[in-house]
Design a protein around this ligand. Structure first.
Ligand SMILES: NC(=O)c1ccc[n+]([C@@H]2O[C@H](COP(=O)([O-])OP(=O)(O)OC[C@H]3O[C@@H](n4cnc5c(N)ncnc54)[C@H](O)[C@@H]3O)[C@@H](O)[C@H]2O)c1
Length: 358
């Protein structure tokens, strides 16, 4: 007997869409791709031919013609997420939105309300949480192996050239994207708070060193967590001559884990005072090669969404988790706009530009 599969549509056929489309046509998860949409016909047609599904130029048209859709993945530019999610929620289907969830906390709240009003669930993509190395570290954390946490560090050292910002009209703008902090490092900031717990306060400074863009290409921040532990963050897209790392270090009183690689995909160090039999294999068993900095996480991420919907249980990254990330991001931008002043999650945004017209 065929297992029941949830029927998916994808809105936005740009770069990240391939990760959704491949996962949904892989046969590895209980999801099935039924339609795709992009306002750019060339892109929509190319993906339609590659993945053998009909394409649409207007998502309302797609939703009306495909009443069978259960879940819609929104993979459009970040500054449009709120508008597109709120719009799609009117069709009463569950929604997966790419990271970052939006650019303003009030937009996240409007998205959450719209989905609640239309009785649909809203999930936010954070596929790095599903990397085997990250899953293993999380299990170690949950079983108390680190003891009292001392410090968490995330580092993003990636290479983007000016051409990356010139290929469309949204990357590197305040209105639709933000800089390295919101575009590339939102994943790593999510991992930092997921592992280290609630943030008490933070400080951030930013710079634009090599790119000709209005937003930052480089930023550093430090965190005081409510637990008393400290956090360090640095991110740049001005790493030369190549991508160097996307990493997470976790230091506790009873052990340390360092996950590196380009996409938080390889265990570089795994040692605890109290050894477990599996520890010797951890480096090889939980590390993976990745084709690019997006990694392989979209397939297990979507599997988690499907399981949550089918079995009516919580997903790992639903809207409140996505909103937390935006609260942190907007506070960091505010701190940078105030010259590195101390801020806290929920700090009133007055000076920072994220999500605003330049
Ligand atoms: N999870 C990840 O690792 C990851 C990686 C890259 C990008 N992203 C996120 O995914 C989103 C998209 O990024 P991208 O790099 O794929 O961008 P992109 O510019 O390559 O693709 C976005 C697509 O959305 C389309 N679009 C815009 N408005 C539309 C509308 N009204 N209806 C239908 N289609 C519309 C555009 O034509 C474009 O093809 C961003 O939020 C980005 O931050 C996530």
């Amino acid at each position: 007997m065929n297992r029941k599969k949830l029927k998916f549509a994808v809105i936005g056929c740009g770069r990240v869409s391939s990760n959704h489309l491949k996962a949904l046509t892989s046969g590895k998860i209980d999801g099935e791709l039924v339609a795709i949409c992009d306002i750019d016909e060339k892109k929509a047609r190319a993906k339609s031919e590659e993945f053998k599904v009909p394409y649409y130029l207007d998502y309302h048209d797609m939703m009306e013609k495909h009443q069978e859709i259960d879940v819609v993945d929104v993979a459009t530019p970040t500054g449009y997420h709120a508008r597109h999610v709120i719009d799609v929620s009117r069709h009463g289907k569950h929604i997966v939105v790419e990271k970052p969830m939006a650019l303003r906390v009030e937009d996240c709240d409007a998205m959450i309300k719209a989905c609640a009003d239309h009785k649909c669930r809203l999930f936010v993509v954070k596929q790095n949480r599903f990397n085997p190395a990250v899953v293993s570290a999380r299990k170690a954390l949950e079983s108390g192996r680190f003891g009292k946490m001392v410090m968490g560090t995330v580092r993003v050292r990636w290479k983007r050239m000016q051409s990356y910002y010139e290929q469309d009209n949204w990357h590197g703008t305040w209105e639709l994207d933000g800089g390295v902090m919101s575009q590339q490092a939102s994943h790593h900031l999510d991992l930092l708070q997921w592992f280290m717990g609630p943030i008490e306060s933070m400080y951030c400074v930013t710079a634009t060193r090599l790119m000709n863009i209005p937003v930052e290409d480089t930023s550093v921040a430090c965190f005081n967590f409510k637990s008393g532990a400290l956090g360090a963050y640095e991110a740049t897209v001005a790493s030369r001559p190549e991508d160097l790392e996307g990493s997470l270090s976790l230091l506790g009183e009873k052990g340390t884990v360092i996950i590196g690689g380009h996409a938080v995909n390889k265990i570089l160090y795994w040692k605890f005072n109290e050894e477990h039999p599996d520890d010797v294999h951890m480096q090889s068993a939980s590390s993976q090669e990745v084709p690019n900095v997006y990694g392989h996480g979209h397939t297990p991420y979507l599997a988690n969404v499907i399981d949550a919907i089918m079995n009516n249980k919580p997903g790992l990254v639903e809207a409140p988790e996505g909103r937390k990330n935006i609260e942190i991001l907007t506070a960091l931008y505010e701190s940078a706009a105030l010259g590195g002043q101390k801020v806290y999650p929920g700090y009133p945004v007055k000076k920072s530009m994220l999500g605003r017209k330049e």
